[in-house]
Design a protein around this ligand. Structure first.
Ligand code: MYA
Ligand code: JJ1
Length: 388
């Protein structure tokens, strides 16, 4: 029973497997003159605010709301702790709209109590490139849960996306809603097994001691691939060509141009790391691997308060085997003191997960499109999109 989602142009359960329905937009755009000009009504104690994330003060408020109220695992042991630099990066891609960074404040004390964001993206679905919003960072303060504020936030971001003449969106969630285009599994590769066990992120395997576990996850001190180095600004054209060509094989993937690649892949300290392989003889760029940094707060542990996690982002192998490339990514993440390297079973990731000693997590990530129907669900390996 989904009182809100039943009213929205999303794939409905009753239509699952009904192959007579066409792929594409569920409803047509309405004339811009018919788009509601005023924000939706909030309960009278609250007011809308547009969050200027370039302001240090506003960014701090958003950071603190998410730090205390954003996504937790199913046993409430860890909570995502996106950094301020990360939030600024995630919300300022080429062509972003400030009006899509939406907050709700309590009128009484101006405290920020809820948040939702959109950013523009071109997403290719099969042979069509569709201008969409990527919606993320939906958060309602713990004290205001279950009061139906989330549907108001979602309707308001939808309205502001419509104002810019965009009619589709992509989003992910840990919960099941009508209806996922695919469901992905989280996998985890221990880099600092002792800490992960101490904080309850993982458990000592059967018939395993701590010292055998530490040995099992040991990695070489340095990377193995000749020509493996950090990506630089001058690499943007080559990385764009490699990535565009690679992503073309997936049913749903971003349509990145050079500006997007400069924003999303060029390394930013403690936010996004990209490495590539430059052939020592030809100086061709043949392979890429990247990960982003998303720490989690460890809730209620005496000895540790932060779990430093790297999340696999976009990887392309044309010459170096993907297994070897990702092993080098693990080595640099270990050098940089990450505790764990996480990945979803998207794109070709299944080809290295087991061999590189990743294990399945207890979390799943469901991917959704708004106002765009797919005839049937995808396999995770048909998905070429990673949202932050
Ligand atoms: S996913 C991350 C979401 N955030 C968190 O999980 C943080 C911790 N939790 C919270 O802050 C709250 O529990 C939230 C719900 C805010 C999640 N996506 O207000 P309510 C539906 C979509 O009484 P609350 C991310 O950021 C629920 O099914 N809908 O509930 C992507 C129910 O509807 P229905 C969700 O717990 C977000 C209704 O809300 C989600 O106080 C993409 C209940 O509302 C969820 N994660 O607040 C948003 N969780 O009765 C959609 C619950 O029908 C974007 N619900 O089942 C759509 C595209 C928009 C743009 C379109 C442009 C064209
Ligand atoms: O991190 C996650 N799970 C961990 C910790 C589990 C703690 C108890 N619930 C986990 N650890 C096992 C690791 C082990 C290492 C050695 C090999 C075997 C495995 O499974 C999970 C993902 O698995 N994370 C979450 O549940 C966080 C929420 C995920 C949904 C995210 C929604 C995203 C919002 C959209 O933007």
């Amino acid at each position: 029973q989904h009182k809100f989602w039943e009213t929205q142009p999303v794939g409905q359960y009753k239509d699952l497997g009904n192959s007579s329905l066409p792929e594409g937009p569920i409803e047509p755009p309405t004339p811009l003159s018919e788009v509601k000009q005023e924000p939706y009504n909030l309960p009278s104690q609250y007011e809308w605010t547009t969050c200027d994330m370039t302001s240090e003060e506003t960014c701090n408020e958003v950071y603190n709301l998410l730090k205390s109220n954003y996504v937790e695992d199913d046993e409430n042991m860890f909570r995502f702790n996106y950094s301020k630099e990360f939030l600024r990066w995630a919300l300022h891609p080429p062509g972003y709209y400030r009006s899509w960074h939406i907050g709700v404040r309590a009128k009484a004390n101006k405290k920020l109590v809820a948040f939702i964001t959109g950013i523009p993206a071109r997403i290719r679905v099969r042979h069509e490139v569709v201008k969409m919003a990527e919606v993320n960072f939906l958060c309602v303060h713990k004290k205001l849960r279950s009061k139906r504020l989330a549907p108001v936030l979602i309707k308001e971001v939808t309205r502001r996306v419509h104002v810019e003449n965009l009619w589709q969106a992509a989003y992910t969630a840990g919960v099941i809603l009508p209806t996922p285009i695919t469901t992905c599994q989280y996998w985890h590769r221990s880099l600092n097994p002792k800490k992960l066990i101490d904080v309850g992120f993982s458990r000592l395997g059967a018939r395993m001691t701590m010292s055998r576990t530490i040995k099992l996850y040991k990695l070489p001190d340095s990377t193995s691939t000749p020509g493996f180095r950090k990506m630089e600004l001058r690499d943007v054209p080559a990385v764009t060509r490699l990535l565009r060509n690679y992503l073309s094989q997936f049913a749903v993937a971003p349509d990145f141009d050079e500006n997007d690649v400069e924003h999303w892949l060029l390394p930013t300290e403690n936010v996004v790391d990209t490495f590539l392989v430059e052939s020592p003889d030809t100086h061709d760029i043949t392979d890429i691997c990247s990960f982003y940094t998303l720490p989690s707060t460890i809730l209620g542990n005496q000895n540790h308060s932060i779990l430093k996690a790297a999340y696999s982002y976009y990887n392309v192998s044309t010459k170096t085997p993907l297994l070897q490339l990702m092993n080098d990514a693990l080595i640099v993440a270990k050098q940089k003191d990450y505790d764990v390297f996480n990945a979803l079973d998207v794109m070709q990731n299944e080809s290295f997960l087991k061999e590189l000693k990743f294990g399945p997590g207890d979390g799943q990530l469901h991917y959704y499109l708004y106002n765009y129907r797919l005839r049937e669900a995808l396999k995770p390996s048909e998905l070429g999109l990673v949202l932050l």
